[in-house]
Design a binder for this molecule. Structure first.
Ligand code: CA
Ligand code: CA
Length: 282
């Protein structure tokens, strides 16, 4: 099957997995190369840095000579060639692809050589037909997924809000086991806006449209994704009037407005942010 990147990504997400990506050399060596050029699960909001399709910083890459070259400035995706080399490519071409699918695990022991992560799931790159979707939405826990996320504004040791660009903010949350705060519904939005508050002294237009970063990115693709790699759907209920307008063609990230609505926004500003964590419901 051939598809553009967005379609391929969605196909894998519908099975509870991601387009194939590789955490290390071992995973890459285990991967069965295709006879044709294929999409793999990486994209870039800020060349030459790439992230994996689940929103983590890409730590393993195997670039071909001269890559990633970002030809024509729109090579946001990565393809894998039959010789095992990676090259940056546009996302609207049609290539073959494989999914990285989950198997349920209780601990790292159940995963053998693979990784147990995100809600007790082993990830590997085989074509497993017995895959199961994670039981609860991201950051939800409890017997009946009744325990929702908490949102924690990030401060330094003096209690001052940390301000960072999108990629750095994303990384800071990931390193603590959370996500840059994204909101899945009106209730989460209410919880977020009542528990997270970034006081403002400047309400000028330029400022009011970017009060804090939220955990969404498009990287130039036609839809926005939450930072756990799912297509963002509720986001369409909360855009500020006239947004998303993709100003200058590079508003690949999302910020909150002063009026608590969403605005697609530049990724390289310095803004405060909150992280989304699972609650401990023991
Ligand atoms: Ca290229
Ligand atoms: Ca905008």
């Amino acid at each position: 099957m051939k598809a553009d990147y967005s379609t391929a990504h969605k196909h894998c997400r519908n099975q509870g997995g991601y387009l194939a990506f590789f955490l290390d050399q071992k995973e890459f060596d285990d991967y069965k190369l295709n006879n044709n050029q294929e999409y793999i699960g990486y994209w870039s909001c800020d060349h030459p840095n790439f992230m994996t399709a689940d929103g983590n910083e890409a730590e393993f890459t195997n670039w071909g000579w001269g890559e990633p070259n970002n030809d024509n400035g729109n090579e946001v995706c990565i393809s894998l060639l039959p010789n095992g080399k990676m090259s940056s490519v546009p996302c609207d071409r049609e290539y073959e692809f494989s999914c990285r699918l989950p198997q349920l695990c209780l601990s790292q022991d159940n995963c053998e050589e693979y990784f147990c992560r995100y809600g007790n799931i082993c990830y590997h790159n085989d074509d497993v037909s017995t895959s199961e979707k994670p039981k609860c939405p991201t950051s939800y826990s409890g017997q009946n997924c009744e325990c929702g996320p908490i949102f924690v504004p990030q401060t330094d040791e003096f209690g001052k809000f940390i301000e960072a660009d999108y990629a750095t903010a994303n990384k800071i949350c990931r390193r603590q086991g959370g996500f840059l705060a994204f909101l899945l519904n009106q209730k989460e939005h209410d919880d977020y806006t009542s528990s997270v508050w970034f006081p403002k002294s400047d309400t000028s237009d330029a400022f009011a449209y970017g009060t804090e970063y939220l955990g969404y990115h498009s990287c130039g693709l036609p839809t926005f994704y939450t930072d756990d790699g799912n297509e963002a759907t509720w986001i369409n209920e909360i855009w500020a009037q006239g947004e998303p307008n993709n100003r200058d063609g590079i508003e690949y990230c999302v910020a909150m407005t002063y009026w608590k609505e969403f605005n697609d926004y530049y990724c390289d500003k310095s803004l405060p942010f909150a992280c989304r964590f699972s609650k401990n419901c023991q």
